[in-house]
Design a binder for this molecule. Structure first.
Ligand code: WTA
Length: 663
């Protein structure tokens, strides 16, 4: 035995060991789930009688016009013929749940607390003010002729008016589709067309990290020749110069001036669409997932309250962008349905320095803080002093979302940010699921770094092997969800068949998530990442097929195969294998620059290829199918684990691929 080791020192706890819930997280909780026993009981109740469980929850949470008597309708077995529905005989307007129902009890409570790009630049909207502003914006939309059921695109940065725009659509029963402000003109145009929007809401410029983003100009480029769009409503954020089409463009402040601040809400059916949100899949173009009014809001409200153990005086901060589902469910809809104070953040974690998040937490007394693993890794790499110089004693619950968090980053978050006093909720979910599915529950669940732990009530995860056999007990397989839950997306906009084939055909009768998952002997779930051709770069979900389509649109490129590879900060990076057209001779660096300019134009600045390798051919089977497994293994730096390559049409390309590998 070494003399250095003190004989009775307990072994240091590894990040993946069980971490009990810190006392401070449990103290003062009034949640329905405060212990693992509570969780077992509630989860079982939701499983055995979902109708009773969710009818009770929805009535307690939402303000209904016609109270529903029906719970779940439909099942995964007949999903090709009929959509799943929840609370189908009820009617409501979800803004009455998010705004009107709080006016008496919380009218002067801050609903949205906005932290602008410059530190300390803030704006607040109380529930009363937000209600009035949403009514004004809804009146303005109505004056522009927007009808119930019509789609409105929201292409904005992180300003409170983005939330106002979403809620204003909902107030008049219109369907919003928020397009992340980083998307290019082409991507925006595709979405405008796909959902048939006639009105777009944007702003002059966005502001992030001291740089302006030309949102209106990009919108103008997207709409060139698109005669279907009648109006563009423009919020003035920076005052930067913009081009103006007088018959089409309308300033937000002009349209809202004098508009009614008390507009009665339009009654909608529970299952009417609330929004369409586009997301990437394994194949083809991004699809517009449709979320409906009541089931979605019930789920967002329930999960937001229970997972984070929301309390009346919490200051809750989710650092996501409203352009993604996390921003929809956990900046806007869940928190507002729950009457919370929701912080909206316009800037970046690194502006003006790596202390920005913690400066924001300290100044506003944030109690619940929710961000992505990629931000945690980037900040951990900058050193602890950016964190420790701020007073973070207000924090109680920390959350992560968007990708697997590696145990080391988790431990840093736990020790340095949470100072061992906070519980971390590692929340697994998807655009399709509408809200959090597998997660610790803050006061109840002991955590293990890197594990999303246990399913929320209504979520019945099953792990299936390649032959669709269920893995019982510990093991690893494809993650499927066996029963419908209120917040699930009901369909793909305009293409129910695609919805059915994407999610319900791999393992008929269950929803296939596209993720792999391991379950340990405590029943804890460890998401291992996508098992399909989706890559997750810094929490941005992209399809390899989308990159490939961009690459082959470059003149010099004949064929392309794109895969993800492990990246220390971004989680995954993008690796492109490219076959040139005959007679072309650019070097790979020049081609990478060109390819990235094309990705930026066709998708957006967040779509960047990290590594590009020129190859003589792609590894294909004799029937012409690209064997992506080989491309993946090489990109992962494991060329010795290629497996059987004997079925390839031309095995010699493999040697060339391995020899020229960039990792
Ligand atoms: C991944 C984001 C591991 C997963 C809400 C999923 C995660 C995809 C986690 C959905 C997590 C999300 N641990 N992986 N806690 N959260 N993912 O649609 O691969 O942008 O399928 O929704 O992100 O990404 P999306």
């Amino acid at each position: 035995m070494s003399h250095d080791a003190a004989p009775n020192t307990p072994a240091r706890r590894a990040p993946t060991d069980l971490h009990p819930v810190p006392a401070r997280v449990r103290e003062g909780s009034a949640s329905s789930i405060q212990t693992l026993d509570d969780w077992r009981r509630v989860w079982m109740a939701a499983k055995t009688d979902p109708d009773a469980f969710w009818l009770r929850e929805t009535q307690a949470r939402l303000r209904w016009r016609t109270t529903p008597t029906q719970g779940l309708h439909g099942s995964f077995h007949d999903i090709a013929d009929s959509q799943v529905a929840w609370f189908a005989d009820g009617t409501l307007n979800i803004t009455e749940s998010c705004l009107d129902q709080h006016l008496e009890t919380r009218g002067d409570k801050v609903a949205i607390l906005w932290e602008g790009d410059e530190p300390g630049q803030t704006r607040t909207f109380t529930y009363r003010e937000l209600h009035a502003e949403v009514c004004r914006a809804a009146s303005a939309l109505r004056a522009l002729g927007v009808q119930k059921g019509e789609r409105v695109i929201v292409y904005m940065g992180m300003v409170p008016e983005a939330a106002v725009a979403m809620l204003a659509c909902a107030r008049i029963g219109a369907v919003h589709s928020v397009v992340f402000g980083g998307f290019s003109a082409e991507a925006l145009r595709d979405r405008v067309r796909d959902c048939g929007a006639e009105v777009v809401i944007t702003q002059d410029e966005g502001l992030r990290g001291g740089r302006s983003i030309p949102l209106k100009a990009t919108c103008d480029a997207a709409l060139e020749g698109e005669h279907g769009v009648r109006h563009v409503l423009v919020y003035r954020r920076t005052g930067g110069a913009v081009a103006w089409q007088h018959t089409r463009d309308v300033w937000w402040h002009d349209a809202l001036a004098g508009a009614s601040a008390d507009l009665p809400a339009v009654e909608t059916a529970a299952e009417d669409p609330l929004f369409v949100l586009y997301t990437s899949g394994s194949t083809g173009r991004p699809k517009g997932l449709v979320h409906t009014c009541a089931g979605y809001l019930t789920w967002a409200s329930y999960t937001h309250e229970v997972v984070f153990d929301l309390r009346e005086d919490d200051v809750y901060a989710c650092m996501a962008d409203v352009g993604w589902i996390t921003g929809h469910s956990y900046i806007v809809y869940g928190p507002l349905a729950n009457g919370a104070t929701s912080l909206m953040f316009e800037s970046t974690p690194l502006y003006p320095d790596a202390g920005r998040y913690w400066d924001t937490v300290a100044r506003h007394g944030v109690t619940i803080f929710y961000t992505a693993p990629t931000a945690i890794r980037a900040l951990a790499a900058q050193g602890d002093h950016h964190v420790t110089r701020y007073d973070l004693s207000s924090l109680r619950v920390l959350g992560t979302v968007g990708e697997p968090i590696n145990p080391e980053a988790w431990q840093w978050y736990y020790d340095v940010v949470g100072q061992g006093r906070c519980n971390i909720v590692d929340t697994w979910w998807q655009t399709e699921t509408g809200g959090i599915c597998i997660t610790p529950i803050a006061p109840a669940t002991p955590t293990k770094g890197g594990s999303a732990t246990l399913p929320n009530p209504a979520i019945v995860p099953v792990l299936l092997d390649d032959d669709a056999h269920e893995i019982v007990g510990p093991g690893e397989g494809r993650l499927c969800l066996a029963q419908p839950w209120p917040g699930m997306a009901r369909t793909v906009w305009g293409d129910h068949e695609r919805y059915v084939s994407t999610y319900f055909s791999t393992f008929p009768g269950t929803y296939f998530t596209g993720d792999g998952c391991r379950r340990d002997s405590d029943g804890y779930h460890w998401i291992t990442g996508r098992v399909d051709d989706v890559i997750n770069v810094a929490g941005h979900r992209m399809g390899t097929a989308e990159f490939e389509a961009v690459l082959v649109s470059v003149d010099a490129i004949a064929e392309a195969g794109v895969v993800g590879f492990p990246h220390p900060i971004k989680g995954q990076g993008v690796y492109a294998y490219v076959v040139l057209q005959p007679g072309q001779q650019p070097d790979d660096e020049a081609l990478l620059t060109l390819a990235n300019a094309t990705c930026r134009a066709q998708i957006g600045a967040h779509a960047r290829i990290d590594l590009l390798q020129l190859v003589p051919g792609l590894p294909k089977t004799r029937s012409g199918k690209v064997m992506r497994r080989i491309l993946r293994k090489v990109a992962e730096g494991e060329p010795d684990k290629l497996g059987d390559v004997s079925t390839l049409a031309d095995p010699s390309v493999v040697a060339a691929i391995v020899a020229g590998a960039k990792v």
